[in-house]
Design a binder for this molecule. Structure first.
Ligand code: DAH
Length: 346
């Protein structure tokens, strides 16, 4: 092998590299080219340098010089290409991730409370401010707590499966929140001062004022010397706080098995102030609750001394209070989850 052949090959390699440089556009093609010429085992230039020993002694110096020159040239060129590829890639990333801070954002819709929840909280707050605590009770209830212990006689029509949802023989979906009265008295001695808001269930067909599931709030107060006047005063105070100072409360005699005497509770119509309108059907009054003095028979079920204690109880529909407060005429709106309706409350 003559030195000029060897050097000729080196020059050819150099030219080949130069023409290949044009197609180096990214890191991958760069690394491929680097490996092809300079890899330690099989690089084209590496192989030439390994052959150095086979050349006649006098040609080795020149060949080595040229080979090293070309090696430096290739390394230099790859280095330059690497820098410009790096810069280009960085620029591309910046463009891709560019953020236009002036674009309108994707506003997240914030949720808010359901009107029934708003009103339940309002009612709770008024009673809490009067010294009551909030109790809870099961929605699946025994007939014992829902009826027996509330002094309902055996054949009472409310027990009929056509009115009440039965889960099993003696297990139902509670038809009112009154069972919490007995459950509470079982677990604490007087003075008792509680309210219990919650869901109740009846086999009613859907219409603008009825739903098979609705909400009630129950109130129970038992202590020494509690009178009917305390009941009326409490209801009056509550309605003035809840509706307005102008609101009047009226009690009409009525019957519920668990109170004696019992009453139905009306408020002066919040829309016409009692002068008569569509909501109060011209009467000036709207019925909102049942109430009364706790029947002494209930104390027998919970071992309270009926000679020592008296108490009052009342219960009303939270849905009804909400309809009145917001002047809504359709209970179904509460349960249809139509955002156009729900968004009006905050
Ligand atoms: N539980 C009765 C109902 O659902 C309402 C009621 C009436 C509750 C009189 C009471 C009460 O606490 O004393 O119709």
């Amino acid at each position: 092998m003559s030195s000029s052949d060897g050097i000729g090959r080196l020059r050819a390699l150099e030219q080949q590299f130069e023409s290949e440089c044009v197609s180096i556009v990214d890191h991958r093609s760069l690394e491929d080219t680097r490996a092809r010429y300079l890899s330690r085992k099989s690089g084209l230039l590496t192989i030439e340098l390994q052959n150095l020993g086979k050349l006649p002694k006098e040609q080795r110096a020149e060949f080595g010089r040229v080979a090293n020159q070309i090696k430096l040239k290739i390394e230099g060129a790859l280095e330059t290409l690497q820098t410009s590829i790096d810069r280009r890639e960085k620029q591309k990333t910046l463009e891709r991730e560019a953020l236009d801070v002036t674009l309108p954002g994707n506003r997240r819709r914030t949720g808010h409370r359901h009107p029934l929840t708003i009103i339940r909280k309002e009612i709770e707050d008024i009673f809490i401010s009067m010294g009551y605590t909030v109790e809870d009770g099961p929605e699946v209830e025994s007939t014992y707590y829902n009826f027996e212990a509330l002094n309902f006689p055996a054949g009472h029509p409310a027990r009929d499966p056509r009115d009440t949802f039965y889960v099993a023989d003696n297990l139902i979906l509670r038809t009112h929140t009154s069972p919490v009265q007995v459950r509470t008295m079982e677990k604490m001695q007087p003075p008792v001062r509680i309210i219990c808001p919650g869901r109740v269930f009846r086999r009613d067909a859907l219409d603008p004022t009825h739903s098979p599931m609705f909400h009630q709030v129950e109130c129970l107060l038992v202590d020494e010397g509690v009178t009917f006047a305390d009941l009326k005063g409490t209801l009056e105070r509550f309605h003035k706080e809840f509706f307005s100072e102008k609101t009047k409360t009226r009690l009409r005699p009525s019957f519920f098995p668990f109170v004696e005497p019992g009453a139905e509770v009306d408020v002066s119509c919040v829309f016409c102030d009692g002068s008569g309108c569509r909501v109060c059907k011209g009467t000036g009054w709207v019925e909102v609750m049942g109430a009364g003095m706790v029947h002494p028979n209930l104390y027998g079920f919970v071992n309270y001394d009926p000679e020592k204690y008296t108490g009052f109880a009342f219960g009303g529909g939270i849905d009804r209070y909400t309809l009145l407060k917001y002047n809504i005429n359709e209970i179904q709106l509460f349960f249809q989850n139509d955002l156009r309706f729900l968004e009006q409350f905050s």
